[in-house]
Write a protein that binds this ligand. Structure first.
Ligand SMILES: *Cc1c(COP(=O)(O)O)cnc(C)c1O
Length: 369
């Protein structure tokens, strides 16, 4: 049986029709930039996250990171702490504002940035922390915010993989000074193209972002600051408004699928399954398992028609693009081990029971050979 690593099947009954209708309406309406859909989505997404917070749509998740860093005043010479096992976007955003990414070893169990490891990397130049809620698991925001207060650091949350995840019943994206969300199509809340948002409860940051992403204009044709063009597309906003109504349902479905994997794959071979830390509601953007036989298991699954992915095969500090940062092999043993052993199993809203059984069967078969 063929099981794709990912498929766009999050269209619970009626959603497909709603999406098509929205596309047709948009084509007729002809208001394509920063119209009613963007404004409504910004309000609705902010309300979904927390009372009193603001969401500003931008072009993509990367821009959300860059613009947030700019808004926080991070620039030349500033050091930004981030986990060494994140996606390249997080590092590149820091480099884009000409600040210095300072990599930190992730926690061996949650794979996230911890206060203890971050504290060891703090220098007089450290200006900000950039925790990434990796795979959909929230970082321990209590201890990270305490550390930030102690050293007067800014906090930017990378929420690209964790829409709707909570720490102590509070949504990620509402802890730090600002948060960056991506609506890349495969994310927990995905558009039909690129999209992103900056979330903040700081009015000064919100004002800056609003202007910066639209050429620095507050009023049309009056440039208050030198900005860029990174606007959330009106069409994508219309799509996101519809899908936001089902985000909790999609996340619950991801959690249900994860529970089945966790039950069925426990104590199989040398598999290390994801662990959810205290006070976290994990939304399983990615279901990551680990094994020292990663290549062989991936090949075995592939021969049986089961798609998998690797997040990520090479840690940031060993990527050719970042040799100038001066890191070496052996600098982050946990991140290196993760890169060598991680495998992501299919998990997406709409995945069928039969498909999941097939994945489980083939994994078990691999260890019983
Ligand atoms: C997807 C992702 C991004 C970037 O989002 P884009 O919308 O693709 O630019 C940033 N950080 C993390 C952790 C991501 O997974």
């Amino acid at each position: 049986m063929e099981v794709p690593y990912f498929a766009f099947r999050d269209f619970v009954p009626g959603v497909q029709q709603q999406l098509e209708q929205a596309l047709v309406q948009m084509a007729k309406r002809g208001n394509f930039i920063l119209g009613k859909e963007v404004h409504s989505f910004q309000k609705e997404f902010a309300a979904y996250l927390a009372e009193g917070t603001t969401a500003i749509g931008v072009g993509n998740g990367y821009d959300a990171l860059v613009i947030s860093l700019k808004a926080l005043g991070i620039g030349i010479g500033d050091e930004v702490l981030m986990p060494s096992n994140s996606y390249m976007a997080t590092v590149n955003a820091v480099l884009q504002v000409r600040a210095k990414p300072v990599l930190v070893e992730p926690d061996a169990y949650t794979y996230n940035l911890t206060a203890a490891n971050a504290e060891k990397a703090i220098t007089p130049k450290t200006k900000a922390m950039l925790p990434v809620h990796l795979y959909g698991q929230p970082c321990q925001m209590g201890e990270l915010m305490q550390l930030a207060a102690k050293y007067k650091l800014r906090v930017l949350e990378d929420c690209a993989q964790a829409h709707g995840a909570t720490f102590k019943d509070q949504k990620v994206g509402t802890f730090g000074d600002a948060a960056a969300f991506s609506f890349y199509p495969t994310k927990n809340l995905g558009a039909m193209g690129d999209g992103g948002a900056v979330v903040t409860n700081n009015i000064i940051i919100a004002d800056f972002v609003q202007q910066y992403c639209n050429y620095g204009q507050k009023q049309k044709y009056i440039g208050e600051l030198v900005g860029v063009n990174s606007r959330l597309d009106e069409l994508q906003a219309a799509i996101l408004r519809i899908k936001l109504q089902h985000l909790n349902q999609y996340n619950t479905e991801r959690q249900r699928l994860a529970k089945v994997y966790l039950k069925e794959l426990q104590s199989i071979g040398d598999l290390i399954l994801p662990r959810t830390a205290d006070n976290c509601n994990h939304v399983y953007h990615i279901f990551n398992i680990r094994t020292k036989y990663r290549e062989a298991l991936q090949n075995h699954l592939s021969k049986s028609g089961i798609g998998t992915a690797i997040h990520y095969p090479m840690p940031v500090h060993l990527q050719p693009a970042y040799t100038f940062l001066g890191y070496q092999s052996g600098d982050f043993p946990v991140a290196e081990e993760l890169a060598d052993t991680s495998l992501s199993l299919p998990l997406f809203p709409g995945m069928t029971e039969v498909e999941q059984e097939s994945v489980i069967e083939v994994v078990k078969e691999f260890y019983n050979r």
